[in-house]
Design a protein around this ligand. Structure first.
Ligand SMILES: NC(=O)c1ccc[n+]([C@@H]2O[C@H](COP(=O)([O-])OP(=O)(O)OC[C@H]3O[C@@H](n4cnc5c(N)ncnc54)[C@H](O)[C@@H]3O)[C@@H](O)[C@H]2O)c1
Length: 271
């Protein structure tokens, strides 16, 4: 018997509701637009206003906002009342320029915990009962390549992002039987407010992008949004507990860079 292909060119999130934290700018804004363009009603939770947002509304999606600092507990009732099928825990930050761990003020550890980890636990727990009741849900946590490899000067930040990766994996196993999936996306080198590569990389250095990542760079917030859309939709219905790296290949390359003379090296000199 011939099986029909289950893929049709239709909106991927029609009839779904989503909450995206930090959806006013950068990766979160691209995720909110992608979800809405695919028919989802998206509630953005951000400390900043979303301003005017443009997306193709043909699929019937929408974007609204609740102003909220994710570090403040409990979350506004409007977030729970939105009854989301999809939660994107996107807010996260390294907060300071690099400092050695030995010179860190312990107060900074608490701030990094609050902005990278604690709010994810609180909001996820607040929204789980609704997802469990509906028997369906997709939770997407934004981690970083530095949860998987080192970032000297940001040891505590990378520790909390690695914790988020472990949380993602274990929670996925715990709530899979309830029909709820949990995955992580680990970006690197994405142009955003937090890391404005257009300003950080001078014109004369831009030809060096291919030595940072096999696909060059920088990446765009939409590159992450595409993966989030996949994880939010039924395209990934059998995927849980994993991490998708959206980094142009930096995690895979693991320090290998092209030699100027051809071939590859992972040694300090690059003749
Ligand atoms: N851009 C990258 O290359 C990159 C690399 C690694 C990891 N990440 C991760 O991706 C996620 C998004 O990063 P981005 O680069 O798009 O960030 P961004 O700084 O460009 O945008 C962050 C958004 O979160 C909002 N926000 C900040 N603090 C908030 C708070 N306390 N409460 C509510 N909203 C708040 C901001 O207003 C903004 O809209 C983060 O978790 C970050 O750690 C990004």
């Amino acid at each position: 018997m011939t099986e029909l292909c289950s893929f049709t060119p239709a909106a991927l999130l029609a009839g779904r509701r989503a909450v995206v934290t930090g959806g006013a700018a950068g990766i979160g804004a691209a995720v909110a637009r992608a979800f809405a363009a695919h028919g989802a009603d998206v509630l953005v939770a951000d400390i900043e206003p979303i301003g005017s947002v443009e997306f193709d509304a043909a699929a019937g999606g929408s974007i609204t906002q609740v102003e909220w600092d994710v570090r403040v507990s409990p979350c506004p009732p409007r977030i729970v009342e939105h009854r989301p099928h999809i939660l994107v825990n996107n807010v996260g930050h390294y907060l300071q320029p690099p400092h050695t761990f030995a010179t860190n003020a312990p107060a900074l550890w608490d701030e990094l915990h609050d902005i990278n980890f604690a709010h994810v636990l609180r909001l996820t727990q607040a929204l789980l009962p609704g997802m469990t009741e509906r028997g369906t849900g997709s939770i997407i946590n934004l981690t970083t390549v530095e949860g998987h490899r080192a970032i000297p000067g940001h040891a505590v930040y990378s520790g909390y992002k690695a914790a988020l990766t472990g949380f993602t994996r274990s929670l996925a196993a715990e709530i899979g039987p309830a029909g709820i999936r949990v995955n992580a996306v680990a970006p690197d080198l994405i142009e955003s407010v937090q890391v404005p590569y257009a300003a950080l990389v001078p014109e004369e250095d831009r030809h060096l992008w291919p030595t940072w990542s096999p696909l060059g760079g920088p990446g765009r917030p939409d590159d992450v949004a595409g993966v989030a859309l996949f994880l939010a939709s039924d395209l990934s219905r059998f995927v849980t507990g994993g991490t998708i790296h959206v980094d142009g290949g930096t995690h895979a390359a693991g320090g290998w860079v092209p030699r100027h003379s051809g071939g590859w090296t992972n040694r300090p000199r690059n003749p």
